[in-house]
Design a protein around this ligand. Structure first.
Ligand code: AHG
Ligand code: MN
Ligand code: MN
Ligand code: MN
Length: 339
């Protein structure tokens, strides 16, 4: 036997597929396409202000969320569409940057999966050169040849076939779950390959770090106020230990930190804007990150129920989200149930 070597993402997927001898290979092809899209976006992100078009706003463009689009939101969305459309494994796609589902062009074969993505997460801060990322979720498509509809995408997160994210930080990493734990791959820029560097990632059950946008505190519900107040009280309070607070405003970067060393992230439902029950989007932010975190032994919740159990009602639905170290998320859920 030769010396064991680091697996590439392709080799990892081939080994995973050996568990399913009847698999067609479509799924592996899809994940490799997603990885290719992420590599392409990583290169554009790394160019910074040198990128043609730059990292600034698109002249006046606003997406379906009412957010000003950055040039890189639009470019990253295009990359995801172009790279994944041709592969023959998708029946349709949906994204933060598109109001309605995207139909696969007639010139390409259609397949049995749906791809949902946030092409660039944390993009409002891309011009200050913090870590940003892409988030993706793979769902099963309904059978048949008909065009995909919004309804086809409204599946609870527990039904995801796979999910993950790429984080464009000092190193580019791809973190993936296919429902069998979580594995992290680091981009070897010389080979252009994602290499398995973080097998079987686990979120520690306990932590003394939390992440929340504290400027919203006056809009929080009582259980969230209670939790944060107790953390801030530190070692002299009921928690009996000091906490650190972290806030990058780029959820992928927060999720990655929590996956690496524990912590809890909250973007809870609040009373800031009655039309928005939470900030983050269920289908392409909360569900894929929730699936990754739970597959790593952490927990993801709305505060009231597991996020993966929520039946979505619309493509761009927003939701309160709490995820991370299991014991902290369970505590926050208890505080919600106490009311
Ligand atoms: P996106 O850049 O895809 O629109 O998502 C931004 C999200 C998330 O990354 C982050 O946690 C949150 O918005 C930041 O919200 P604040 O503006 O409240 O900091
Ligand atoms: Mn956005
Ligand atoms: Mn996002
Ligand atoms: Mn985004």
């Amino acid at each position: 036997m030769t010396t064991p070597h680091r697996l590439t993402l392709t080799q990892f997927l081939i080994e995973e597929r050996r568990r399913f001898p009847d698999a067609s290979g479509d799924f592996n092809s899809l994940i490799l396409n997603v990885a290719l899209a992420c590599k392409s976006i990583a290169r554009k992100v790394a160019c910074g202000a040198l990128l043609e078009g730059g990292h600034g706003d698109v002249g006046g463009a606003v997406n379906v969320q009412g957010e000003t689009q950055k040039e890189m939101d639009v470019v990253s969305n295009e990359v995801f569409l172009q790279v994944n459309e041709w592969c023959g494994c998708l029946a349709g796609m949906a994204s933060e940057e598109m109001e309605s589902p995207y139909q696969i062009a007639d010139c390409y074969p259609k397949g049995k999966y749906l791809l949902v993505f946030d092409p660039l997460d944390g993009s409002s801060n891309i011009d200050v050169n913090v870590s940003v990322g892409s988030i993706f979720s793979v769902l099963r498509a309904p059978m048949g040849e008909a065009a995909v509809t919004e309804q086809d995408f409204l599946q609870a997160g527990a039904g995801q076939v796979a999910a993950g994210y790429a984080v464009y930080g000092p190193a580019t990493m791809l973190v993936l779950t296919v429902g069998n734990g979580v594995n992290g791959f680091t981009l070897d820029v010389n080979l252009g390959e994602f290499m398995l560097t973080h097998p079987a990632m686990q979120v520690p059950a306990d932590t003394s770090e939390f992440a929340i946008n504290a400027s919203n505190s006056r809009f929080w519900e009582p259980p969230v106020k209670r939790y944060v107040d107790e953390c801030l009280a530190g070692r002299t309070g009921v928690r009996g230990k000091d906490f650190n607070m972290r806030w990058i405003a780029s959820m992928v970067a927060e999720a990655h930190r929590i996956l690496m060393r524990g912590g809890v992230f909250l973007y809870p439902r609040d009373s800031k804007d009655a039309s928005k029950p939470g900030r983050l989007r269920l289908l392409y932010e909360a569900n894929p990150i929730g699936f990754v975190i739970e597959q790593a032994g952490g927990r993801a919740s709305t505060g009231r129920q597991p996020v993966l159990a929520v039946q979505p009602s619309s493509l761009h639905q927003r939701i309160g989200l709490v995820f991370g170290s299991r014991h902290e998320v369970e505590r926050i859920e208890r505080y919600h149930n106490d009311l």
